[in-house]
Design a protein around this ligand. Structure first.
Ligand code: ZN
Length: 151
């Protein structure tokens, strides 16, 4: 179990220290939405472009704890280049993961499920710390709101 947790910690730290798709797209034409988690002080500005129902680009700026920043960076790598349906699917899967108090980190995990999640599985440990779940889901909820406004 410790090896997997070490790997997950490494993924989170890597995305925290070197966030992917950092920045802000010019808006308009990009869609722009802001999110804030008052419990922790995490905040984001998410900008993204949609071309023919495909999220052709996404950039995020913001600040906050390592969980919120790493989750946002991971999210950007997952949704960029996907069609809206896939983006909404990824948001739903991630939020499911954050609401399921299973014991995936304790050896009983279904490897296929972890593979589906890819690097996102690194955030699975967050469900053990309910107060951090809002940190992990902030970027996703913000993007979801942005999609609702844009489509
Ligand atoms: Zn936080």
């Amino acid at each position: 179990m410790s090896n997997l947790e070490d790997l997950y910690r490494e993924i989170i730290l890597d995305h925290y220290r070197s966030p992917r798709n950092r920045g802000e797209l010019e808006s308009p034409p990009a869609h722009r939405v802001e999110g804030f988690n008052p419990l922790c002080g995490d905040e984001f500005v998410v900008t993204f472009t949609l071309v023919d129902d495909v999220m052709t680009d996404i950039k995020l700026t913001g600040h906050g704890c390592s969980i919120s920043q790493a989750s946002a960076s991971l999210m950007s790598t997952v949704v960029k280049g996907q069609d809206i349906e896939s983006v909404r699917g990824a948001i739903a899967r991630f939020k499911d993961m954050m609401m399921s108090h299973d014991t995936a980190l304790e050896g009983s995990d279904d490897p296929r499920r972890l593979r589906d999640l890819g690097e996102l599985a690194a955030l699975q440990g967050v469900v053990k710390f309910p107060v951090r779940i809002k940190c992990a889901t902030l970027a996703w909820n913000t993007l979801s709101q942005g999609l609702d406004e844009a489509v």
